[in-house]
Write a protein of this length. Structure first.
Length: 376
């Protein structure tokens, strides 16, 4: 390290931290900046997003136009696909990460890789960052873009929450989000034969018999529970009490959205023996027939309203994002600066909001990173 005192330090070399560092370096060419990342490489989690294709943003996301301009400025063109999902023209997350790293190099941003911050304190004029190896650096201002806890295999351990709390900030209850739902033990036995079945469906989430959320898309049955993008979206509505196995929670599935129950009954009667196999597949059709005792009206009713009781979600390793984080009420929504600690800025997943699938969460990371880099 050339020195241990900087104008700005950025903790976190993920999406938000990269956007913040590049933006600040372009704006304040005379200001000293250091980007700190606990992993040995920058953007490690970014490489896994969008199944390796990197769903950068969404056409309907707040700030999409600004995100698009930023990526064009680093040589990445976007292509919009179904649902407004914006991907790099290359179709490769690696090219996105490499473009951002190249932009850092062009701006001569100093980076510290494999450097894990263990403690952050605030003095009268600067922040002190202590590292696990016993060294320290100081900075006049600080951006915390350390991410959340989702994806510990990518180095996401939630360190930033401790830093935020130490600097006087409240942290909303955190839990896994955009994650599969887990059956109760009874349901695992009941639905074991559906493992591997995929079907386009609609779903409603009921908590204590009250409708809490709805979603649609492809559903996948697994050995432990329900998966697929529509289920990931529902998981963002699961309260912390569900993670702990209470209260009663049920997902009601409609396997034939757009079809009326009466038309299904007619189809079943006309194809007796095949039942709904041509509509929902053999495994699911066999289960519906079995649970309905062969009653045509009951088979059709189950196809439209199939109840599945869940007891929680999968854990941090399977989660795409973190629900909860630093309270937005503690942060200036125009600049990203803390309202409680002068010179401190937040960006990315460490902040409280969580969004459905489709590029919205990554867009929030870029947007808040750009905001911090512009205003610090």
């Amino acid at each position: 390290m050339d020195n241990n005192f900087f104008d700005v330090a950025v903790i976190g070399g993920g999406a938000a931290g990269l956007a913040a560092a590049i933006t600040y370096a372009r704006r304040e060419r005379s200001g000293s900046l250091v980007l700190i990342e606990a992993n040995e490489v920058l953007g490690k989690k970014l490489l896994a997003t969008g199944n390796g294709r990197c769903n950068i943003s969404n056409l309907s996301a707040d700030g999409y136009a600004k995100t698009k301009r930023f990526f064009e400025s680093v040589g990445v063109l976007l292509r919009v696909e179904d649902g407004g999902r914006a991907y790099p023209m290359s179709g490769q997350a690696l090219s996105v990460r490499n473009a951002l790293v190249l932009a850092l190099e062009r701006e001569q941003v100093q980076t510290l890789l494999g450097a894990r911050v263990s403690k952050v304190t605030k003095g009268e004029k600067e922040f002190t960052l202590d590292f696990a190896d016993g060294t320290e650096i100081k900075a006049k201002k600080l951006i915390i873009a350390a991410g959340g806890k989702a994806g510990p295999q990518f180095g996401c351990l939630g360190d930033g929450y401790a830093f935020a709390r130490a600097l006087g900030h409240g942290v909303e209850s955190i839990r896994p989000a955009l994650v599969p739902l887990v059956y109760t033990e009874k349901e695992r036995d009941r639905l074991a034969g559906l493992k591997g079945v995929r079907i386009r469906s609609q779903a409603e989430l009921f908590i204590d018999n009250k409708r809490a959320a709805a979603s649609s898309g492809e559903l996948q049955f697994t050995e432990y529970g329900l998966s697929g993008i529509m289920i990931f979206d529902l998981s963002t509505m699961m309260p912390k009490s569900i993670i702990e196995g209470k209260p009663s929670t049920e997902v009601v599935l409609d396997f034939v959205p757009g079809e009326e129950k009466t038309s299904l009954e007619r189809l079943i009667q006309e194809n007796e023996g095949l039942w709904l196999e041509g509509v929902v597949g053999k495994k699911l059709s066999d289960l519906l027939v079995s649970e309905a005792g062969g009653n045509v009206s009951r088979i059709a009713a189950l196809a439209k309203e199939f109840p599945v009781t869940v007891e929680g979600t999968k854990g941090w390793k399977e989660a795409q994002v973190t629900h909860g984080g630093v309270r937005l009420s503690d942060v200036n929504e125009e600049t990203g600066e803390s309202l409680l600690c002068e010179g401190l800025y937040f960006a990315g997943e460490i902040l409280d909001p969580v969004f459905i699938c489709g590029g919205f969460n990554l867009n929030f990371a870029w947007s808040t990173g750009l905001r911090a880099g512009e205003n610090i």
